[in-house]
Design a protein around this ligand. Sequence first.
Ligand code: MV4
Length: 502
Amino acid sequence: MFTKVLVANRGEIAVRIIRACRELGIGTVAVFSEADRNALHVRYADEAYLIGPAPSRESYLRADKIFEVAKKSGADAIHPGYGFLAEREDFAARCAELGITFIGPKPSSIAAMGDKGKARATVIKAGVPVVPGTEDVGNMTNDDLLRIAPTIGFPLLIKATAGGGGKGMREVRSLEEMPTLLASARREAESAFGDGNVYLEKLIEGARHIEFQIMADSFGNVIHLGERECSIQRRHQKLLEESPSSFIDDELREKMGSIAVKSAQAVDYVNAGTIEFLVDKDRNFYFLEMNTRLQVEHPITEMVTGVDIVAEQIRIARGRQLSYTQEQIKFNGHAIECRVNAEDPFNGFMPSTGRITHSLLPTGPGVRVDTGVYPGFEITPFYDPMIAKLIVWGETRAQAILRMRRALEEYRIVGVRTNIPFHQTLMDSHRFMGGQFDTRFVEERFSMDDAMESRTENLEIAAILATLVAHQQSERNANIVRRNERDTSNWKWVGRWERMHR
Ligand code: MV4
């Protein structure tokens, strides 16, 4: 039984974890940097401790400081959230040595999935489909790789063993360009991870990125909570996620779900985890990697399954059994999450910093906002630009999209630029409405100026499109403020607000 959980994170995810603890009647301990003295997670926790200056390296990444606070406060468990220390095997191991429960998987599972080459080899043995590529573990020389490359075929990808997130990744179109690209991939991986080891995979072009949420308890029970479509991304940063994926039918969901469960079992997994897949045009799917932590986008799975993933993590870490069997998991409706970033979509998504002077959150039926900011809070350049997650639920995908349009219109943030106009433009995109996109969509086919791509020929989606396009038209007729006027509308609104409060 825990009496106190230390939350080793900041922002919206720290707040999310504190909320779960409060509902479970568990005390909470926050840690914060000098830039976060006034942060929401500090206000919501029962106790809060300063752990260092603004840069993460000197605060949120300082395991020693966090253990010091754990001791001082008497916390008996640590929830790492995502990022920072969440996937550090040594951190999880040290928790155990100090008699503190790490709310996450075993150090050995983190290690087994952290090395992407090792992860491949492990899941291959368990019968999980992976992209054709190298199958040896351990360091491979350039000679080895040049010999194996033609047997895989071109185009192929060089990937960093310690990687993830696209760092140290190179597309190779022919054997001639291999040596140069191997050298640059190794150099990038060495500087990013201190490990220049790489492996090869055949390049799957025009694929979707679809991931499965799994939950595993310490009694060997493993279930999946369905998939999340994560193809709407830019430079390996996800911008929007939805569940279910319009590309996955019940049969494929069951097949991929059972493979996801198998992947987790292969590393003796406990707690919440995510299996990432690539799914090609012909619906072939391949294991990419496993994230051994809670993810940013977990709320959309919570909305369609009704499972409180964070509460479930805490129960599992306390040594309880999963609250659900696979048969008890029912998928209901459709959820979409827009990541609201302090970035200017009209200026190459440049990060925007400053004080949030005013903000008004969307609420109402089917709307959830997870955020760590509020009016008066200053956005600094020290951390991730994500300031909120706007999550909506609808009975159908079309209803969820309409609801997201409504919520985006309600949302007002003044003081920093945000990517809300990007999301509004995306909601107008016929390709998005029709579910016709892959991981290249935002970078290659999407423009803030011209959301009106040629209409799709796919008849299956014509009905959804008709509803959504009609709605778009009626909004225009009603003179509802559109994205390019967002700044003006914000300032008009601020004017009204200030007149009201004089
Ligand atoms: C791939 C791929 C195509 N073929 N592997 C990018 C980050 C890393 N986690 C895996 N990634 C990819 N691996 C093969 N064999 C395409 C990507 C990829 C990608 C994957 C998921 C989400 C967005 C992506 C954007 C570009 C490339």
